[in-house]
Design a protein around this ligand. Structure first.
Ligand SMILES: *Cc1c(COP(=O)(O)O)cnc(C)c1O
Length: 246
């Protein structure tokens, strides 16, 4: 009897190995341990078959790094969720959520990482309270202040997070940001440091539900090393794994 090994796409494997090597190096340079950083595959525009192939390639590499999947758009979450459910990986919504799409999102999202208003948090909480396990959420902070970016302003972030953490039905697990669009690594790093400062303030506050809000989801293909240097616990990578989106 021959064992059927899953087909592993060589390009995906090569690119994933390179991403893991980047994360390993940055983690070591920061004096942190390898298990501290989780890889979230940002799968927007990729079809379910490609995502599955990437997960299989990751598993074939046998690296000890937790893997998550993330979609920006509810529409893609709903379209691919059914085909990916058997992989058993947490599927995160990492993009903005409009209130008319909450029910659709909650059918497939295991976590909502871009909560940017108390109104949205309350609507999510209403649907989860007392009915299911608490929903994992992150508060998204706009650390760069760029007008095109979603998220709450840094000086309002701790207040929002504290209010979100107190809601029944939600479990505040941390914070997400998108780094500044700048060629200056000092500027990008300062933004990531600002997210860490918000996290530290909230966790130290002692407010109900904040003790576990430790995750920092920051860093993408272009800036993951800077994010890891500033304490990222989740890096979200698309292009470096799947190639550029055309
Ligand atoms: C697309 C996307 C990523 C990944 O970006 P890459 O530069 O392709 O690695 C990460 N986070 C969010 C919110 C995204 O939309």
């Amino acid at each position: 009897m021959t064992l059927a090994l899953p087909f592993v796409d060589d390009d995906l494997r090569t690119r994933l190995a390179a991403v893991h090597a980047r994360i390993d190096r940055a983690t070591a340079d920061a004096g942190r341990s390898q298990g501290d950083v989780t890889l979230l595959l940002a799968t927007k525009t990729q079809d379910a078959g490609t995502i599955r192939a990437a997960v299989q390639a990751h598993r074939a590499l046998a690296v000890e790094r937790r893997l998550l999947l993330g979609e920006n758009r509810v529409q893609e979450l709903v379209a691919k969720g059914p085909a990916l459910a058997d992989l058993g990986l947490p599927y995160h919504l990492i993009g903005p959520l409009q209130s008319n799409k909450i029910n659709a999102a909650l059918r497939w999202a295991d976590a909502v990482d871009a909560v940017e208003s108390l109104d949205l948090a309350r609507r999510l909480a209403e649907r989860r309270s007392g009915r299911y396990a608490d929903l994992d959420v992150m508060v998204q902070v706009n650390v760069s202040g760029e007008a095109t970016k979603h998220g709450v302003a840094p000086d309002e972030a701790a207040g929002l997070a504290t209010a979100v953490a107190a809601l029944d039905g939600l479990r505040l697990v941390g914070f997400q940001t998108i780094g500044a669009m700048s060629d200056d690594p000092l500027v990008v790093r300062a933004g990531f440091a600002a997210l860490r400062a918000v996290r530290d303030e909230v966790v130290a506050s002692g407010s109900p539900g904040t003790a576990g809000a430790v995750e920092l989801s920051m860093g993408m293909t272009g800036d993951l090393e800077l994010a890891i240097a500033e304490g990222a616990t989740v890096v979200r990578v698309g292009t470096a794994v799947f190639g550029s989106r055309t």
